[in-house]
Design a protein around this ligand. Sequence first.
Ligand SMILES: [Mg+2]
Length: 285
Amino acid sequence: MITRYVKIPLRAATLYLSPADFLHSMGTNSPRKSGSSHRKPRLARALAPAPDFSSIRAVLFDIDDTLFPSSEFSRLARRNAIRAMIQAGLHATPTNAERTLARIVSNKGSNFGGHFDLLARKFPSSNRDRVVAAGVAAYHNTKSSISPYPDTARLLLSLRERGYLLAAASEGVSLKQWDKLIRLGLDPFFHHVFVTSNNEGGKTPSDGGKTPAFYKKIARALNLAPNQILMVGDNPAKDIASASAAGMLTVRVLTGKHAREPARADITLRSLALLGKRLAKRAAK
Ligand SMILES: [Mg+2]
């Protein structure tokens, strides 16, 4: 144990802190203050006992921007839809239509079913039904081409072979999240799929999102202690902070629209494909 404490400052630099936290703790991205009382909590965190990865029995995965580049596909699908709508007679420029659609999506939410209908109402056209149908078809054609990040299937297979229980832990409309897993060809890898939503006939609490309660509920469903579960995701608040508050270990992937936001995860990875090796290394410690 003594040896472990001696080594802690080095391990803190390379293992415990995210790159942003590490730079901050070293004073390289913040004004240096004498006495640096603001740095004490970070030092305390660095001196905290190492997370025990050897106890991990289950790995949870977020879906969007973790298993596949969801934001990129959404952008591409909407752009293709607009192109098709203009071709079908919508009198708009692509730029104006994109801006208008972005406003509609922001106001109505991404799971609203009438984005293209509302868009078609904002600009003149000779046949609105034709325009909307063209947009919907182009959107779905693009969506059918979604594929996972490189080596995702290989990673999931290897984790299963190593005996981990695998689950998807996602937020949104359950049917849509299942649709994504099936289109990605990844659904057979998961033992369980948990979606926080209130569209499951009252079977799940309508907690509105990935709160610590959602993760605690998953731990109970898996019959595991939270510290036996690893949550992997891209969203600093929903995937990392919430799961960590529930007592789980966390892996943050720097993918998607949240990649530049700060987060305090146990492991931070540039790509999901690196998880297998990192987990093996950590579990061996
Ligand atoms: Mg996500």
